[in-house]
Write a protein that binds this ligand. Structure first.
Ligand SMILES: NC(=O)c1ccc[n+]([C@@H]2O[C@H](COP(=O)([O-])OP(=O)(O)OC[C@H]3O[C@@H](n4cnc5c(N)ncnc54)[C@H](O)[C@@H]3O)[C@@H](O)[C@H]2O)c1
Length: 307
């Protein structure tokens, strides 16, 4: 089995994408720790322990799994989780950061608490786990870090907190790849699309129905969204990234959804205005040159409404 003798921590492993990844890793012999305190989609408290249930389901299927009811936003708790995984499973070889919450609002309506929780879970949580787990991986000179980001990092409406946090995850992953690569540890980003409670609950479906009825989206777009595949479409590629076959893949970002795996370009400068020597650009010159030389073919993603 591909992951025999390996130990993995999957944050957000009680549900959705994290759970299917944990299941898939366990089926291939990994011992999996599901770090997940439960909670509603917006991160608020819920009764019960979905991580306990998820770990029991994996064990019932013949795998080795334990639940860790802790939050990725808690730096010390993440350290304790890594130590526990080390003690019970003999190490931490694979880290999948899949914890997630949503607090969508326009920026001018977004209270500080909604900003803080989303950034704490997605961005700080990813740092917390990498910080603690990478020490162990570095010592062993083997490790795989796979972080869930989102297309939202490219710019989104109504969830700037989430988009900004995921943009941070994207940059954090690129930095981790560069710091850890020499120790045999890789770090890559996956931007998934899968029907889970985060993306496709009844309220989300109703929202899309309303947008279709109001003519804000096409029938084709509506049908595409409703046909979104489940989280089982994400797990195989994450397992591939976690395997020895992907030892040379580092610092990359992938889009993964039903029937599709794609790789993003590295962000790079596409045009430059140059000055010779130490001359300072003057204002009039910029008015003339920026549209001509820097912004050819540019389209404003959000032009002002015509009144
Ligand atoms: N589903 C998609 O299409 C999609 C798209 C883009 C990005 N993502 C990302 O993929 C990841 C998984 O999303 P999902 O769709 O499976 O969502 P999900 O809601 O099904 O699962 C997320 C899990 O994270 C857990 N969680 C929440 N706060 C936590 C915390 N503080 N510490 C640890 N765990 C916590 C939740 O309890 C839940 O079990 C998220 O990072 C999400 O942003 C998902």
């Amino acid at each position: 089995m591909e992951f025999e003798g390996k130990a993995a921590i999957i944050t957000g492993g009680a549900r959705g994408i994290g759970f299917t990844i944990a299941e898939a890793l366990a089926k291939q012999g990994a011992k999996v720790a599901l770090l997940d305190p439960g909670g509603a989609k917006d991160g608020s408290h819920e009764a019960g322990s979905p991580a306990d249930e998820a770990a029991a389901a994996i064990r019932a299927g013949g795998g080795t799994a334990m639940a860790i009811n802790a939050s990725v936003a808690d730096h010390e708790a993440c350290g304790r989780a890594v130590a526990l995984c080390d003690e019970k499973f003999g190490g931490v070889d694979i880290l999948v950061n899949s914890a997630g919450v949503l607090r969508p609002k326009m920026l001018w309506n977004m209270p500080e608490a909604d900003w803080d929780i989303v950034v704490a879970v997605h961005l700080k949580g990813t740092y917390n786990m990498i910080h603690h787990a990478s020490k162990r991986m570095r010592e062993r000179r083997w490790g795989r870090i796979i972080n869930m980001a989102s297309e939202a990092w490219r710019g989104t409406v109504g969830q700037a907190n989430y988009g900004a946090a995921k943009g941070g995850v994207f940059s954090l992953t690129r930095a981790a790849a560069r710091e850890l690569g020499r120790y045999g540890v890789t770090a890559n980003t996956v931007c998934p699309a899968a029907a889970t409670r985060l993306t496709m609950d009844d309220a989300v479906k109703e929202g899309f129905r309303k947008r279709l009825a109001a003519g804000l989206i096409t029938q084709q777009r509506f049908d595409e969204v409703m046909d979104m595949g489940g989280p089982e479409h994400i797990a195989p590629f994450v397992c591939y990234l976690a395997s020895d076959h992907a030892a040379a893949i580092n610092g990359q970002a992938f889009r993964v959804e039903q029937g599709k795996v794609a790789i993003y370009n590295d962000p790079e400068i596409k045009a430059t205005l140059m000055k010779t020597g130490r001359e300072v650009f003057d204002f009039a010159e910029l008015i003339d040159m920026v549209p001509k030389a820097l912004l050819q073919g540019y389209v404003n993603p959000a032009p002002p409404e015509k009144s």
